[in-house]
Design a protein around this ligand. Structure first.
Ligand code: AMP
Length: 595
């Protein structure tokens, strides 16, 4: 069984995730997170929020999943958000053409090649339809837009789309969001939400799906002045696989610190380098194995339509590299496009330290002259004169000045324009911020973390499977078991489980089957600690406490065993203070050895 297959089997059996709507035959590319998966997902999202929103001091928003067509006309998605599709002439199945080339040749990034070249490669390598094995040679390779279209309201006059990335929900609202940030750059706006892409061939469970969760941060900066706090991460070591290394015969991955990567120009943007450093630490925190992780720079042909430089965080599973996050320097592309298409102001007013005095050429045309002279065009002529004065004041040096309106030339005596050059004081200027974007795919991170945490060993002569998830991410923090359901052990265990829940811990209570099997169940879902109530717990005072049915505040008599998942080591601990100890173990303030 491959690593991915083993994972999908465990995910379904233990309630991490499974294909959706299978009672009706299912729909490829849609997955339901079960109880364990939903808890893991929300823990990973919380860890993301903690690092990229709270610690960075950014704002978080929640925008709609459906947005009207003009948004995607402006963003470029309507025209450019395509994948390469090839249709089988025999059975009609459709496939991602670049992936077929990657699967059947040594070429790694076929996405960066033009369609014709991909078509030639399919013919040259005799690539067949994976569904019916007919030859795909000579089948056209076309562009397929990945957006899901819908109608807003009845009828079809108002098309809308499910957003293909959460980012547009931030860019579109920039004028409002900038106000909330008191128009002070730099500021960041984050969003965790659903994105939808009508993928041609969904595959590898959570890796390529049609509905997925993104966690995106748009950091708006003044490109002239703002610098990232690089010193905070300058010593973090980055495993970098640059575009140049990918293109050269003997090029490989290099380990450079954030500072070295910037100084050597391997990572061009300091902002991107900063986020590569921050994120390298974050991946480790959530359980990505750093020996199966790298940052890969996009090749020129692979870059998205908006990005000037782009690096992907990639994890290795089953020998394949999976993009888990894209880091893009998007420049002012998005804000310019929305300004151009909407006519709204997508700039920030930047105050100068000291006001400056500049010469400003202006006109104040005499409308009682322009009106009779140019009729319906008079207003447009006045506007054109104003624009010309700003652009080229020298044009007003002669007696007459000529402007064009709708391709027609109009000549006006300069004295009728009331042209003048005055000194004005300026307090600042409007600038268009640039954007740095780390864009995380939550599902792919979950897939990676599960694959990388999957371990097996031998316990009591039997093979055991467990997930060595960081306690902070584990769906359940503590499993609570009565050794047997008799003599008051279940009462005491129920009591303890309630106390632990009241202290904010995520607890599973399990009293079914042999104790060894209960430990294995928790091991398989990555529960870091298990608490067992046994006869000794009753004998050393716990029974009395259970029968008093927990008044709550008094010190607790009695002890329990606490077992650690990875080592299976057990310790006897007092019930009193248990919630506090387990809470500190889960956050890393305490180690099991300290107990
Ligand atoms: P992109 O905008 O293509 O750079 O995507 C940003 C992130 O979203 C990627 O790094 C992935 O983690 C995730 N992602 C993109 N497409 C999919 C998909 N079809 N299924 C799951 N995750 C995806």
């Amino acid at each position: 069984m491959s690593e991915g297959e083993r994972l999908t089997e465990l995910a379904k059996r233990r309630g991490f995730y499974f294909p959706s709507s299978s009672a009706y035959g299912g729909a490829a590319g849609f997955w339901t997170y079960g109880p364990q998966g939903a808890a893991l997902k929300s823990n990973i999202e919380d860890a993301w929020r903690d690092r990229y929103v709270v610690k960075e001091g950014h704002q978080e928003i929640s925008a709609p999943d459906v947005m009207p067509e003009p948004v995607f006309e402006a963003s470029g998605h309507l025209d450019g958000f395509d994948d390469m599709i090839v249709e089988c002439g025999e059975c009609g199945a459709t496939h991602r053409a670049d992936h077929l080339v990657e699967d059947n040749t040594d070429i790694e990034e076929a996405e960066s090649l033009p369609n014709e070249e991909v078509m030639d490669l399919i013919a040259e390598h005799g690539i067949e339809c994976p569904s019916c094995h007919a030859s795909l040679a000579d089948q056209p390779v076309d562009n397929f837009n990945l957006m899901f279209e819908t109608n807003i309201g009845p009828g079809s006059s108002s098309p809308g789309y499910l957003r293909p990335e959460t980012a547009q929900g931030i860019f579109v609202e920039f004028p409002q969001l900038s106000e909330y940030a008191r128009n002070q750059l730099p500021f960041g706006v984050a969003q965790i939400g659903k994105a939808y892409r009508n993928e041609i061939s969904p595959r590898k469970s959570l890796v390529r799906v049609r509905e997925f969760t993104q966690a995106e941060l748009e950091h708006f900066i003044d490109p002239e002045e703002d610098e990232p706090p690089l010193a905070e991460v300058e010593d973090v070591v980055l495993p970098l696989y640059s575009a140049a290394a990918q293109e050269s015969e003997d090029g490989g991955q290099r380990e450079l610190t954030v500072r070295e990567a910037v100084d050597e120009g391997v990572v061009e943007s300091e902002w991107v380098a900063y986020y590569l450093g921050v994120s390298r630490e974050w991946y480790e925190r959530v359980g990505v194995d750093m020996d199966r992780f790298r940052y890969r720079q996009h090749l020129a042909g692979e870059r998205a339509h908006y990005a000037s430089d782009c690096w992907d965080a990639e994890s290795e599973v089953d020998g394949d590299w999976i993009e888990i996050t894209g880091f893009a320097y998007r420049g002012d592309y998005d804000l310019s496009k929305h300004a151009e298409h909407s006519g709204e102001d997508y700039t920030v007013f930047k105050q100068y330290d000291e006001p400056i005095t500049v010469e400003r050429a202006t006109v104040d045309p005499d409308m009682s002259y322009l009106g009779p002279e140019f009729g319906g065009d008079a207003g447009a002529v006045a506007d054109a004169l104003e624009a010309l004065a700003e652009r080229n004041p020298d044009a007003f040096d002669d007696d007459e000045v000529t402007v064009e309106v709708d391709g027609e030339s109009h000549t006006v005596p300069v004295e009728q324009t009331n042209f003048s050059v005055d000194e004005v004081t300026e307090n600042g200027e409007h600038i268009r911020p640039h954007v740095v974007e780390p864009s995380f795919g939550v599902g792919r991170i979950i897939y990676t973390v599960l694959a990388h945490s999957y371990e097996s060993d031998e316990v009591d002569g039997e093979e055991r499977t467990y997930l060595d998830l960081p306690p902070e991410q584990a769906p359940t923090t503590v499993g609570v078991f009565p050794l047997m359901d008799k003599d008051g052990m279940a009462d005491l265990a129920t009591d303890i489980a309630e106390d632990l829940r009241a202290a904010g811990l995520s607890v599973t209570y399990d009293d079914s089957g042999a104790i060894g099997r209960r430990y294995r169940r928790q091991d398989e879902v990555g529960t870091p600690y298990c608490v067992t109530v046994d006869y000794e717990s009753l004998e050393d005072g716990g029974a009395q406490r259970a029968s008093e049915s927990a008044s709550g505040d008094e010190p607790r008599a009695g002890t329990v065993t606490v077992r650690e998942r990875d080592t299976t080591e057990q310790k006897r601990l007092p019930i009193d203070g248990l919630a506090d100890r387990l809470g500190r173990l889960a956050t890393g303030d305490l180690t099991f050895d300290d107990l």
